[in-house]
Design a protein around this ligand. Structure first.
Ligand SMILES: Cc1ncc(COP(=O)(O)O)c(C=O)c1O
Length: 305
């Protein structure tokens, strides 16, 4: 291959495309040293990118809030994302676009003097749950660890402040659970490592309204509710209400809607994925496969031998 071997994935770094195994960022980039970065994660399914322009718009909003700009504008960023997918040939892919503060001049501690860096990587699609877990539902642990408060770090920026999630995951594993959700200071649940959370209570869907990322899949779930006349609300969700819900599921770019069937060792309702979850999940994938919010990739033709 002229370009390199992108069979395991690709990265766009310093204006060039490299095989994912060779992707390196400078040690002194504050994206690494200070977690001073914003990202957006985009999925590709059956050769179609989902909500590409919505992801690019969220990314643009967030880098502006972080006083970042960088060399590539939105039009260029769009082209680079498409090019990354096209070059790998992946039909089902996980793409991350990232902007970091970059490296400051030697000895400088003023973030305004860093040259912001734009990176992209594209690897085969990643699921937050195994096929078996998707069928059976996940076991969720409600951690006592507080999510970084919104007053400290804006959760609608897609940042890498994940030590709270990571420690929560260890806590979850110690309790025999598979994943975790963190709470806020008032005891309302927020979100988990890479997902928003939904509960079905009294026939209505509820998801936390504050202190969470405005997830693209969460937004998609709202649209599916509107389309199917299912009532939904974004409002505080105390942990005890989550435990008593008829159904619970998570939403994420890395897997869509995934049922949660146990919380803190106890079954959610009868301990099997519920009908609302299945219906929305089915609709989500069917509509995606029909090209909903989609940008098809024009892959190179494989030359016939
Ligand atoms: C903290 C957090 N919340 C929620 C989500 C879900 O967002 P989306 O649906 O855009 O993938 C993510 C995705 O990575 C996340 O990191």
């Amino acid at each position: 291959m002229i370009d390199g071997d992108f069979s395991k994935g690709i990265a766009f770094i310093n204006g060039t495309y490299v095989p994912i195994e060779e992707a390196r960022i400078p040690l002194l980039d504050w994206g690494f040293l200070r977690s001073d970065a914003n990202q957006d994660t985009i999925s590709v399914w059956k050769g179609v990118v989902f909500r590409l322009d919505d992801h690019l718009a969220r990314f643009k909003r967030n880098i502006a809030r972080l006083h970042m700009s960088g060399e590539f504008d939105e039009v260029a960023r769009r082209k680079i994302v498409i090019e990354c997918v096209r070059k790998t040939g992946f039909r089902d892919a996980y793409v991350q676009i990232i902007m970091t503060r970059g490296v400051p001049p030697a000895g400088v501690r003023d973030p305004r003097q860093c040259a912001n860096q734009f990176y992209v990587f594209c690897v085969p699609y990643i699921w937050v749950a195994t096929p078996e877990q998707q069928r059976q539902g996940l076991h969720l642990f409600v951690s006592g660890i507080q999510r970084v408060p919104s007053t400290s770090v804006d959760p609608t920026i897609k940042h890498y402040h994940w030590l709270d999630f990571e420690m929560g995951l260890f806590e979850a594993y110690d309790h025999g659970a598979e994943t975790v959700v963190l709470s806020d200071a008032e005891g309302n649940v927020t979100e988990g490592p890479g997902f928003n959370i939904f509960a079905v209570i009294d026939g209505k869907l509820i998801t936390p309204g504050q202190g969470v990322l405005d997830g693209m899949t969460r937004r998609t779930v709202f649209e599916l509710c509107a389309e199917t006349n299912l009532e939904y609300v974004a409002a505080p969700l105390p942990a005890h209400r989550l435990r008593e819900a008829a159904e619970v599921f998570l939403s994420t770019t890395a897997g869509g809607l995934i049922p949660i069937t146990r919380i803190d060792g106890r079954p959610v309702a009868d301990g099997t994925p519920g009908p609302v979850t299945w219906r929305l999940r089915d609709l989500y994938w069917k509509k995606r496969e029909a090209g909903w919010h989609g940008t098809p990739i024009e892959y190179d033709q494989v030359p016939s031998s």
